[in-house]
Design a protein around this ligand. Sequence first.
Ligand SMILES: Cc1cc2nc3c(=O)[nH]c(=O)nc-3n(C[C@H](O)[C@H](O)[C@H](O)COP(=O)(O)OP(=O)(O)OC[C@H]3O[C@@H](n4cnc5c(N)ncnc54)[C@H](O)[C@@H]3O)c2cc1C
Length: 384
Amino acid sequence: MDLRLSEEHEALRETVEAFARDKVAPVIGELYAEGRFPYDIVAAMGDMGLFGLPIPEEHGGMGGDYVALCVAIEELARVDSSVAITLEAAISLGAMPILRFGSDALKAEWLPRLASGAALGAFGLTEPDGGSDAGGTRTTAVLDGDEWVINGSKAFITNSGTDITAFVIVTAATGVRDDGRKEISAILVPSGTPGFTVAPAYKKVGWDSSDTHALALVDVRVPAANLVGERGRGYAQFLSILDEGRIAIAALATGLAQGCVDESVGYARQREAFGRPIGAYQSVAFLISDMEVRAHMSRIAWREAASRMSRGEPFKREASIAKLYSSEAAMENARWATQVHGGYGFMLDSAVGRFYRDAKVLEIGEGTSEVQRILIARELGLPS
Ligand SMILES: Cc1cc2nc3c(=O)[nH]c(=O)nc-3n(C[C@H](O)[C@H](O)[C@H](O)COP(=O)(O)OP(=O)(O)OC[C@H]3O[C@@H](n4cnc5c(N)ncnc54)[C@H](O)[C@@H]3O)c2cc1C
């Protein structure tokens, strides 16, 4: 068993590490404080090919794998989570549904632009009445001739309202299944389609430079060919997309947890109290050692899940374990990194101040911690 990165993955890691340090770190504090979307950083990441990492070359991507994507996300999140989630959501929620389940026409139309970073796609599953109970989708889509007519609303959708957002794939009830449950399908709605409105950006606790909006759909008409995947298979398909996405979120959480270690080591070596660097006090050093343990275990967890996925083995259980463990590790590390930094840790312009605000949503998005525990219990064969 070998969880080390390949030479290509290590080279990518070093490239993204340098990019995050040299291009993201110097500007992100100001963007975050002003709640601005990082357009220049996104453009630079597009030039580097990061938006095309797991997309085949025939569709304009880099032809890499999901491990490559996770490596890049982890390195970005060591410095900033808004940038990391912008990349994560653009690929795992925007591009992957088309790559995995879209028609050839949808792939040809959208993937090259998504892979270049010139356009972002979003995925709208969560609704104002609930996200965990995804089968309860209230948005409806009715086929009228060769068009879908969509009505409903979505909440908290990442990358849905930027100047370069090209579309949102929404889940909608398209009928009733034989067992009486809703038939759910996924349909691509291009930005600017009449009846499709994007609400003003939310004011959030964290991820302040990431783009998040509520969406409304009133008699929105799109071609029947905008169905992503098979009619009625939408539910199973997006569940599999979420399984993959959880590994990427685990990598993001690992990056945040590691960023807490990086910042804390640096600070504890130079900050003095009572005549000694604070890192010389065991109570501080042990806090940082425990942070390192959590970051390390998180990394092992996502790499194991990703390597199973790359080998084509089942990975649902491992993805949930990685997402659950690493998001709680990130939260814990953010708490203690802030403590190590004392008053400076509570300032918005400190990296750990951002980490503290950004960590919480990792226990909520792409399946809450409770949902992960439900999925793990189910994998263990417990009754539900
Ligand atoms: C910043 C941000 C970005 C997001 N981006 C996206 C996006 O791009 N696309 C998208 O579709 N969604 C997105 N989401 C939504 C996110 O996925 C949901 O918030 C999440 O799935 C939880 O859904 P909810 O908020 O409706 O909470 P609910 O489902 O209402 O849950 C509320 C609480 O009840 C608990 N709970 C629910 N059911 C059970 C149960 N059976 N057993 C035990 N506990 C339970 C939950 O764990 C949670 O603690 C985003 C959210 C945020 C905050």
